[in-house]
Ligand binder design. Structure first.
Ligand code: SF4
Length: 96
């Protein structure tokens, strides 16, 4: 059975869910209508979000052209997220 991959590192410190380069959302979604592997959960606000004891998983991924994508879910062991071209993106993305 497929297990939910963990976000082992996230460099996007300006996100509400980020603390010390870790993502504390329960789960994130990757991909949006632009068809780039953007973190769709990225959110800037003055409130700190997420659960401190939790490391986020990848709940869903809309990037079907990634090598790790199976039926719009991520099959990688884990992923990293960082800034790319000015947006928060999955750095583990590998084109098929
Ligand atoms: S590694 Fe690929 S399938 Fe997994 S979250 Fe990143 S873009 Fe989506």
């Amino acid at each position: 059975m497929m297990e939910m991959p963990k976000v082992t590192a996230c460099e996007v410190s300006q996100c509400a869910y980020n603390a010390n380069k870790a993502c504390h959302a329960m789960a994130i979604t990757i991909g949006d209508i632009s068809n780039r592997p953007k973190c769709d959960t990225f959110f800037q606000t003055s409130i700190h979000g997420g659960v401190k004891e939790t490391t986020a998983g990848v709940g869903a991924c809309k990037i079907s052209e990634c090598n790790y994508n199976e039926e719009l879910e991520c099959s990688a062991a884990n992923i990293k997220v960082g800034m790319k071209s000015g947006t928060a993106e999955c750095l583990t993305f590998t084109k098929r």
